[in-house]
Write a protein that binds this ligand. Structure first.
Ligand code: EPU
Length: 418
């Protein structure tokens, strides 16, 4: 199993190109199952979750090829059963539910288990699909949906923690091929949901209100093939911004979309990190005085939960007291104990972390627990004195395209040990 060794203290400098968005690519790849025609999806990041989604699409009956960032899919046939072995490795595979139901009027998908960031139920997905007329039952660990007469309806998708990203995706994809009109209230507004909606419109779907919390979808008989380029990854961009901030460096991001990063830029600005547009690029300057901040994670356009661990590392080395409150996944704090191993001073109080900035972090072996926690540990390693060895790097490889190589390109002393 690979490990990442970081010798901390090297400043970063130069340019880095942001890859296509993982969380946009995954449901978009699932959406290719909605048509028998050829779909060409460009800008797909080469990371293990994307490769896995291609395998799932293939296992469900489609022909699919992933080459040089482009996935080509032709789903002439689609199976109705996604077994446990296929689904258990990646929770996001639940987004095949909507396309399978829409295309075959039947879907049997193993219920994804919990994951380290929380229980991750799919009750709201099922509520939405049920509202479209699907009969839903759970048998032997699988959710079985049958909906011969999928019919539009009005459905509210808000939950205790706000709306649901993949739940909105699933209902939107099923509604695209249902009879009549569906209105999704409290739809997720994340840029990744917008990217999927834009793809569906290119495929012939009729969707209004894209990007707003109310989506109106007029079902059509069939969808057709499409060529589409996935949006750039706002979380990867935010992670490099945080990397520049913690190492007190200047880094230029290419292919980043500042319009998707409002809350992150705002909090960085408050923390004393300057972000400037230079033509199509973003320049991040982390060499000013750092100030403590408060961050509350919220659905888009609020501060993303997927940036919480990385931001906490910045707080950990900023003099004064900062507070992070996690409102999406209240237990998503696995990185706290590992950061403590590096000398961070963080106390957990329910869904909040109180971070007292320390003068220095000191390198140590640490254990990655989930994707974004791993990114946080790598950032901590960049600034900690001495060596940090990050174990269980496969978490990182699920969601970042060559993070270690990209950081090395910026001057970080980081290497992958096989
Ligand atoms: N929720 C329910 N019931 C549901 C669905 C969600 O209670 O049926 C709750 C969740 O437990 C959570 C909240 O609603 O408390 C929001 O979850 P959401 O459904 O929006 O999460 P998701 O769609 O499963 C996506 C991203 C996550 C990201 C979240 C929140 C993908 C593939 N995953 O997950 O990304 O954290 O939205 O923005 O798009 C990551 O990339 O590291 C990652 C975990």
């Amino acid at each position: 199993m690979d490990k990442i060794l970081i010798r901390g203290g090297a400043p970063l400098k130069g340019e880095v190109t942001i890859s296509g968005s993982k969380n946009a690519a995954l449901p978009i790849l699932a959406a290719t199952l909605l048509t028998a025609e050829r779909c060409v999806i460009r800008g797909v990041p080469d990371l293990s979750d994307a490769r896995y989604m291609v395998q799932i699409v293939r296992a469900l009956g489609a022909e699919a090829e992933f080459k040089d960032g482009t996935v080509t899919v032709e789903a002439k046939k689609v199976r109705t059963h996604a077994p446990y072995d296929l689904v258990r490795k990646m929770r996001a595979s639940v987004c095949v539910l909507g396309p399978m139901l829409a295309r075959k009027r039947k879907a049997k998908v193993s219920v994804p288990g919990g994951c380290v960031i929380g229980p991750r139920p799919i009750d709201i997905h099922l509520k939405g699909l049920r509202a479209l007329g699907a009969d839903v039952r759970v048998e032997k660990g699988c959710v079985i949906l049958e909906g011969k007469n999928l019919t539009g309806s009005t459905v509210f998708l808000g939950g205790r923690f706000g709306s649901t990203v993949l739940g909105t995706d699933n209902v939107m994809m099923a509604a695209a091929l249902a009879k009549g009109t569906t209105v999704i209230e409290s739809a997720a507004c994340e840029p990744e949901v917008i990217d999927l909606a834009n793809l569906l419109v290119k495929m012939g779907a009729q969707i209004h209100g894209i990007g707003s919390p109310t989506l109106t979808i007029h079902g059509v008989e069939q969808l057709h093939g499409v060529e589409h380029t996935v949006i750039s990854d706002r979380i990867e961009a935010g992670t490099f911004m945080a990397a520049a901030a913690v190492t007190r460096s200047e880094v230029t991001l290419k292919n980043a979309r500042v319009g998707h990063l409002g809350a992150v830029v705002d909090r960085l600005d408050e923390a004393g990190v300057k972000i400037e547009r230079r033509g199509p690029d973003l320049v991040v300057r982390g060499n000013g005085d750092l100030k403590p901040t408060d961050v509350i994670t919220m659905p888009y356009p609020g501060f993303p939960t997927d940036m919480q661990a990385q931001f906490m590392v910045l707080m950990a080395i900023t003099p004064g007291i900062s507070v992070v409150t996690e409102k999406i996944f209240p237990d998503r704090f696995m990185h706290v104990a590992e950061l403590a191993r590096l000398g961070a001073d963080i106390a957990l109080e329910g869904p909040s972390a109180i971070v007292k900035g320390v003068r220095r972090l000191s390198g140590a072996p640490v254990m990655a627990s989930d994707l974004r926690a791993s990114a946080g540990l790598v950032l901590a390693g960049l600034v900690a004195e001495g060596q940090t060895l990050v174990n269980r790097v496969y978490h990182l490889d699920r969601g970042y395209e060559k993070l270690d190589e990209k950081l090395r390109g910026l001057g970080a002393r980081i290497e992958r040990l096989q």
